[in-house]
Write a protein that binds this ligand. Structure first.
Ligand code: NAD
Ligand code: IPM
Ligand code: MN
Length: 356
């Protein structure tokens, strides 16, 4: 009997709203495909926990979460209560680093039935994978403030790129390109960022020698952002540093109509520590509490989690379910141009799992 232990952390804002729908759909998939999801919910990594405890996580978070097969995460951040850098560095970024989830996989796909903002694009034209470095790079806590309170007040924050850190994400990206048919795009900025990005380019070229059949191109991040809009059909696997990958993985889904559908898999490929699955989007304070968030990003992230756990058939069924429901266009949340509620879309997808 297949049983998976899942840590559930809903977080803040719409994180809690989309999480209910994610669990609803995964529960249905488990029933249909004959496995058990043993979920345990945690209230940490939220502004409410912060208000109560003065910290984002309990001291033993690492031990508590280590034993789970995966972490299913909503969204964290409530800047009116706790500054974003404190809440994020105190929770999500700790998970990514502490569990060495160095791969962040963010698929971008124009889905049938979802109206995109780009003229003349059809499903199939936009179907690529952003492979984001997830543990180092521009996200660092090295730096500081100098000459505070004077005219010379200066802030410095270092970018840290290690050979091991770059090579492992590049290898993963090249392998993904192999699996998907042979093209890799690297995001760079080696014209302006004169030390770290030329090094990134060098590592891309050297890793390429081990993958002679992969066609590699590179774009500076500025024009790459433009080409996402102008020629999204050019891309298959896009590998990027932590910050560039962050930006591209909001831009890509926006080109497919809404960031509300985008999933994110934070993976530790060794499997020795848990991986974390979440939507790309945040807690959306502007719509939180209204029950109108799009739950598809959370649900799609759930499908990626099932796939990671080895339940490929169930993952496929969940994917087919949300694709079918979106294609029918009957139950669309406001970001998709409809007036359905989060819960209605979640329920429709859960029902579609039975038919998928
Ligand atoms: P956001 O992704 O929360 O929202 C951006 C815009 O997209 C908003 O207008 C929002 O209403 C809309 N949106 C997002 N998800 C949606 C959905 N599922 N359905 C419909 N509309 C959706 O980004 P933000 O406003 O920059 O950040 C808000 C908070 O979330 C901040 O505290 C930020 O730090 C945090 N954040 C957390 C994560 C995470 O937990 N992984 C990711 C991004 C931002
Ligand atoms: C994401 C988010 C986070 C990131 C923030 C909230 C720290 O934007 O998961 O894309 O930058 O990684
Ligand atoms: Mn982001």
């Amino acid at each position: 009997n297949r049983t998976y232990r899942i840590a559930v952390i809903a977080g803040d804002g719409i994180g809690t709203e989309v999480m209910s729908e994610g669990l609803k759909v995964l529960g249905r998939a488990a029933e249909r495909f004959g496995f058990r999801l043993e979920t345990q919910e945690f209230d940490f990594a939220s502004a409410e926990y912060w208000t109560k405890h003065g910290r984002m996580l309990p001291e033993d978070w690492f031990e508590t979460l280590s034993g789970f097969d995966a972490i299913y995460f909503g969204a964290v951040g409530w800047p009116d209560v706790v500054p974003d850098h404190i809440s994020l560095w105190g929770s999500l970024l700790q998970f990514r680093r502490g569990f060495d989830q160095y791969v962040n996989l963010r698929p971008v796909k124009l889905l049938p039935g979802v109206p995109g903002p780009l003229r003349g694009r059809e499903p199939g034209d936009i179907d690529f994978l952003v492979v984001r470095e997830n543990t180092e790079g521009e996200y660092s806590s090295i730096g500081g403030k100098m000459f505070e309170g004077t005219d010379r007040e200066t802030v410095v924050q270092e970018t840290v790129m290690t050979r091991t850190g770059i090579d492992r994400i590049l290898r993963f990206a090249y392998e993904q390109a192999q699996r998907r048919g042979g093209r890799l795009t690297s995001a760079t900025k080696s014209n302006g960022i004169s030390i770290t990005m030329p090094y990134w380019d060098e590592r891309v070229a050297e890793m390429g020698e081990s993958f002679p059949e992969i066609e590699v191109d590179k774009f500076h991040i500025d024009i790459l952002a433009a080409q996402f809009v102008l020629h999204p059909d050019w891309f298959d696997v896009v590998v990027a540093s932590n910050l560039f990958g962050d930006i591209l993985s909001d831009l890509g889904p926006a080109c497919t109509g809404t960031i509300g559908v985008a999933p994110s898999a934070n993976i530790n490929p060794t499997g020795e520590l848990p991986s974390l699955f979440e939507p790309v989007h945040g807690s959306a304070p502007d719509i939180a509490g209204q029950g109108i968030a799009n739950p598809v990003g959370q649900i799609w992230a759930g499908a990626m989690m099932l796939d990671f756990l080895g339940e490929a058939q169930a993952a496929e069924a969940v994917t087919t379910a949300f694709e079918t429901v979106l294609e029918s266009g009957e139950t669309m949340t406001p970001d998709l141009g409809g007036s359905a509620r989060c819960e209605e879309l979640g329920t429709a997808i859960a029902q579609a799992v039975d038919a998928a």
